[in-house]
Ligand binder design. Structure first.
Ligand code: PBG
Length: 323
């Protein structure tokens, strides 16, 4: 029955009616706050291209985690910015590395706060690529071995989950196998299964000092024009033992979020990346948008597309707005 029997506006008339028929929820527990940890003591450095985001040394990060936990944010996702880098990314799998030490400190101070670690080599390699470079190319299988070592060292430090973000083939299976062998069968893998070679990572690479010294990441990250391939990547990672999948970036790839969810029905995260964050911050700083409304609309749209969890630099702020 069309108009006038049907009037779609009836259920929009009051806030209570609108809330009764709201299809998508957004709550702090679904948000994951990324954090950058640096070597040294007493360090809190602003990331210039990401207003409101700082790089913390370990005790500052532990203090920050108090606020993140109090806001009800679901988890922290840790990135390390080591003081020294080399060709084999040895800082990535060093038991005394910056992430390993930070995980121990965080879990000691906040045992109930979920700590996820990013597993990648790009912050630790002198050339900034996500893997071991041989003859000018990122060597897949050598890289996978180093990634598995990294994941094990994170699990050993007490990480609640490991999140490989490198896009090498076969890394989920190898990480799963080696975690199990080393007594970490209970540590889940949150795989960045469908990660694009995106221009929206620019501010992150400033923050993590991980801009590739030569070339780009197109030989391992997905072509932005492809979606079938993103679904295949997601299914392969599930077969290899991923517990949760991820699409990254989020807003330019909402169709991919939906397709991966529909194709797998697996737990899914989407990463609202640094460039997406900085664009909102820049527009808000100029008074061009209502920041709070625009951010909550953006995060709701990512959930509506099918993401269960959202990694976002706005996690702490948004959680406070949602209270
Ligand atoms: C590391 C990694 C990157 C991001 C998360 N993990 C950068 C990259 O691939 O260059 C980007 C996150 C962001 O932009 O917020 N592999």
């Amino acid at each position: 029955m069309a108009f006038p029997a049907t009037r779609m506006r009836r259920l929009r008339r009051t806030k209570a009616l609108r809330e009764l028929v709201r299809e998508t929820s957004l709550s702090p527990a679904e948000l994951i706050q990324p954090a950058f940890v640096v070597a040294g003591e007493g360090v809190r450095e602003d990331v210039e291209s990401m207003p409101g985001i700082e790089r913390f040394s370990i005790s500052e990060l532990v203090a920050e985690a108090t606020d993140v936990a109090a806001a009800g944010v679901g988890a922290l996702l840790l990135f390390g910015v080591p003081s020294a880098k080399d060709e084999s990314a040895s800082g990535a799998y060093d038991d005394e590395g910056v992430v390993q030490m930070a995980v121990r400190a965080l879990k000691g101070a906040h045992p109930d706060l979920t700590v996820i670690t990013d597993v990648c080599l790009c912050e630790y390699t002198s050339h900034g690529h996500c893997g071991f470079v041989r003859d000018g190319e990122v060597d897949n299988d050598l890289t996978v071995e180093l990634l598995a070592k990294t994941a094990i060292s994170h699990a050993e430090a007490g990480a609640d989950a490991v999140a490989p973000s490198d896009m090498m083939d076969g890394r989920v299976g190898t990480i799963r196998h080696q975690l199990d062998e080393e007594g970490h069968a209970g540590v889940p893998i949150i795989s960045y299964s469908s990660k694009y070679a995106s221009a929206f990572y620019g501010p992150f690479r400033d923050a993590a000092e991980s801009t590739p010294g030569f070339g780009d990441r197109r030989s391992y990250q997905l072509d932005p024009a492809n979606a079938d391939e993103a679904v295949r990547e997601a299914k392969l990672d599930l077969e290899e033992g991923a517990d949760m999948l991820m699409v990254k970036p989020a807003t330019p790839y909402l169709d991919v979020v939906r397709r991966v969810k529909d194709a797998t029905r697996a737990p899914l995260a989407a990463y609202h990346v640094s460039g997406e964050y900085s664009m909102l911050k820049a527009a808000a700083a100029n008074g061009w948008i209502d920041e709070r409304a625009a951010v909550l609309e953006t995060l709701t749209s990512i959930r509506r597309a099918g993401a269960d969890a959202i990694v976002t630099y706005y996690a702490k702020e948004a959680a406070a707005w949602l209270r």
